[in-house]
Design a protein around this ligand. Structure first.
Ligand code: G6Q
Length: 541
């Protein structure tokens, strides 16, 4: 374990929390929510978001113990260390990535007080390059061979080079420059590329190839596939393709691309949405000024996450601690993120990666085996759709699922209608509050089928409207939550060895499909034969 810091197994506060977990606050007791000013008091604000958490199974004693835990584990100090460029990505005594973790530098570009000045300066240089490129697109300096403007961008990337950017694009669709659109190709399934390519006019399309390593099988395969299509349409790929990659990667070859942008070693894929990985696509779609608004929203939260040790005034910190309370003390295995905003429909998918790839770990930072539970299973879908699907289990199932609801007072677009005296947005918001209250309070009924036990905890994360600024803040709130929880569990949240083994085996199976290496790969070969219904050659072309 990192000897410098206490964690959930060594902090004194952990004992008080175990004791308090024996009798968590009963939300179903008469007057539990109304007889005090709990609803008004249990609110935490950071940037444009407020979190209402009266419907969690916490009281002042639990909050005080969580505060003590945060202090004893020096959570904000560790966050500050990360943001200032300390090497965080390591397992002591064992080979590991040994890197700084500085996704925060990609948005620490305003003013001259950057926490990691050299890295923020590099981020600023990339932004300047991007701004020039966007201006050239705007004023017609860069066009297709016919002198027409580019209207479309196809993003080719997978994992961290896809999920975050895609979910943010989906969230900010109404803010795009008129006439522009973005599409995404991620899966190596050729039908994914075929579907996207059938919907775009290649002559007006930029292809943005995004790969930090420049070696990812899916992305390189899809790059080749798209390039072949461009050539077949008589288009010079070098005049339509952009690259976002790590400096020195095999894709770092500016002559092959119309423009190349860099992301750096110290930015993890799943934390890279505010680097060039997300910024090239967002800059194209939203324009440079709105891209900056998005980055500002994230930066505002980072600053709070580093400087506010009071858990009642630091939203991501409280979100992380309540998450640990539910997961480690009340023993809930999953957490549902349920946005009451259709625009956020891909955000839970991004969080699944960011959270589960970061905190799905079983060893401490010193290489010793963990004896506590680390990252929960994260899942979710937008409301109200989910209400007509899996909420049955949330209300009456045997598995208790803590919920993080996300909602907005205003809708993004202009279309809304008053039906039976309320707008659609009001209906959406009413449902959001209703679900949170129903899960907490439950319902008594003499018919057991109609009885709701209650005591199902949730928080409500609310902002005025989903804009580039609030989206940046929301992204950074969740990134900080994940990072704090990693500190609490004393795990390395920043590598992803777990995804390597499957890649190695897939490479071995591909060799077999090519007719190579049969002798060395009995296990894979036998699976391949059975899967290919008796012959591996059925899978070969
Ligand atoms: C994220 C992971 C992983 C990565 C993809 C794509 O943190 O490392 O999801 O983003 O494997 O990697 P490249 O960007 O290198 O193609």
């Amino acid at each position: 374990m990192d000897p410098k810091y206490k964690n959930l197994t060594t902090a004194e506060a952990a004992e008080s929390l175990s004791r308090l977990a024996g009798q968590p606050y009963d939300l179903t007791a008469s007057g539990a929510l109304t007889e005090t000013d709990r609803i008004e008091r249990y609110i935490c604000e950071t940037g444009p978001f407020r979190m209402l958490y009266a419907t969690q199974r916490v009281d002042d004693d639990v909050l005080n113990a969580l505060q003590a835990l945060a202090d004893q584990c020096a959570l904000t100090a560790q966050f500050k260390e990360m943001r200032s460029g300390a090497v965080m990505n390591r397992i002591q005594g064992f080979e590991s990535e040994e890197r700084q973790v500085l996704h925060t530098a990609t948005r620490d570009v305003f003013g001259d007080t950057a926490a990691a000045p050299a890295e923020s300066a590099r981020a600023r240089d990339e932004l300047t390059k991007l701004k020039e490129f966007l201006t050239d697109l705007e004023n017609g300096k860069i066009t297709n061979a016919e002198g027409e403007s580019f209207t479309t961008l196809v993003n080719v990337g997978i994992g961290g080079s896809d999920l975050g950017p895609r979910s943010i694009y989906e969230a900010l669709k109404p803010f795009g420059i008129s006439g522009r659109s973005v599409h995404f190709i991620a899966n190596v399934d050729p039908d994914d590329a075929a579907d996207v390519l059938s919907r775009v006019d290649l002559s007006r399309t930029l292809i943005n190839i995004v790969s930090k390593s420049g070696t990812t099988l899916e992305t390189l395969t899809n790059e080749r596939l798209v390039i072949e299509q461009l050539r077949a349409a008589g288009i010079d790929p070098a005049k339509h393709c952009l690259a976002v990659t790590g400096e020195g990667s095999p894709m770092d070859d500016p002559d092959k691309y119309l423009r190349s942008f860099y992301m750096f070693d110290y930015i993890g894929g799943r934390y890279s949405s505010t680097s060039m990985v997300g910024s090239v696509m967002l800059g194209f779609y939203l324009g440079y000024d709105q891209l900056l608004e998005f980055l500002k929203g994230a930066n505002e939260v980072d600053q709070a996450a580093e400087t506010i040790p009071d858990i009642r005034s630091n939203l991501p910190l409280l979100l992380a601690l309540i998450g640990v309370w539910n997961h480690n003390y009340l023993e809930r295995s999953t957490v549902a993120v349920l946005p009451y905003s259709q625009a956020l429909h891909r955000f839970p998918a991004h969080l699944q990666q960011c959270d589960m790839e970061s905190n799905g770990k079983s060893i401490h930072r010193d290489g010793s085996q963990v004896k506590i539970k680390t990252g929960p299973i994260v899942w979710g879908e937008p409301g109200t759709n989910g209400q007509h699907a899996f909420y049955q289990l949330l209300h009456q199932g045997t598995e208790i699922v803590p919920v993080e609801f996300i909602g907005f007072i205003k809708n993004q677009r202009n279309l809304d209608l008053i039906v039976e005296d309320t707008t659609s947005q009001q209906k959406l918001f009413a449902n959001l509050l209703a679900q949170s209250i129903a899960m907490a309070v439950g319902r008594l009924h003499e018919n057991p089928n109609k009885k709701f036990e209650g005591n199902r905890p949730s928080s409500l994360l609310l902002a005025d409207k989903l804009t580039p600024h609030t989206m940046g803040a929301l992204l950074a709130i969740y990134e900080a939550k994940i990072v704090y929880q990693g500190f609490l569990w004393d795990i390395n949240s920043f590598d992803q060895e777990g995804v390597q083994l499957g890649k190695v085996l897939a490479t071995r199976i591909l060799k077999l499909i090519k007719g190579m290496g049969v002798e060395d790969n009995e296990l894979e070969n036998r699976f391949l034969k059975v899967a290919g219904n008796g012959s591996s050659s059925r899978i070969a072309r």
